[in-house]
Design a protein around this ligand. Structure first.
Ligand SMILES: O=C(CO)[C@@H](O)[C@H](O)[C@H](O)[C@H](O)COP(=O)(O)O
Ligand SMILES: [Zn+2]
Length: 196
């Protein structure tokens, strides 16, 4: 196959995944944005986590909260649990890699905070343990996933929201996760402008 054709196929598959996601995720995206807006209006914060590309997404989200997205507004409280290498390496070394996010949530999580948990497979144990730790703190969870939802889907409780991208390719799911994150940031900005 010629390489130009591969490029065209990547674009076509990404567009197709996003169209399929729009068909099933409009309502849950609005629910997720409302959860973020309500938390920050109540003086709570958003914690985020994920592995690999999803760690990048967790940080992308927190930087848009802390700094800004597209509108001028106050900085919003968010912490990506993927950034402090001293903390991450010590938890992994002293306990296990599975606890790198949950241990931070045990220390930082408060009733009313929200966890943005990102996993394309839904099967990353450290992300799933973060969901359990968040529930133990009285936090709600926004789960960004894909494929068949993995074990993550079975951990979610009433009050949580699952944004599962209907695709099997990790790359296509990640590309759509970023779009979901940007939608949430934009909706939160709109809510702040009209109700904040
Ligand atoms: O970015 C990519 C692939 O596009 C990889 O770094 C990917 O994020 C890693 O393999 C992750 O460990 C996958 O974890 P998950 O999405 O299944 O939770
Ligand atoms: Zn990637």
């Amino acid at each position: 196959m010629n390489l130009q054709t591969r490029i065209q196929q990547h674009f076509a598959a990404s567009i197709d995944t996003k169209q399929k996601a729009l068909a099933v995720l409009q309502e849950p995206i609005l629910t997720a944005a409302t959860m973020v807006f309500t938390a920050v209006q109540n003086g709570n914060k958003i914690l985020s986590c994920g592995n690999g590309g999803s760690a990048g997404d967790a940080q992308h989200f927190s930087s848009e909260m802390l700094n800004r997205f597209e509108q001028e507004r106050r900085g919003l409280p968010a912490i990506a649990l993927t950034t402090d290498t001293s903390t991450l390496t010590s938890i992994a070394n002293d306990y296990s890699y599975e606890r790198v996010f949950s241990r931070q949530i045990e220390a930082l999580g408060r009733n009313g905070d929200v966890l943005l948990a990102i996993s394309t497979s839904g099967n990353s144990t450290n992300v799933n343990r973060a969901i359990d730790a968040a529930h133990d703190c009285g936090m709600q969870v926004i789960a960004l996933s894909g494929k068949a939802g993995g074990s993550m889907k079975d951990l979610l409780q009433a009050g949580d929201v699952e944004l599962r991208v209907p695709a099997d390719s990790t790359a296509r799911i990640q590309e759509t996760h970023l779009l979901l994150i940007h939608c949430i940031c934009d909706l939160v900005d709109q809510m702040l402008l009209t109700q904040g």
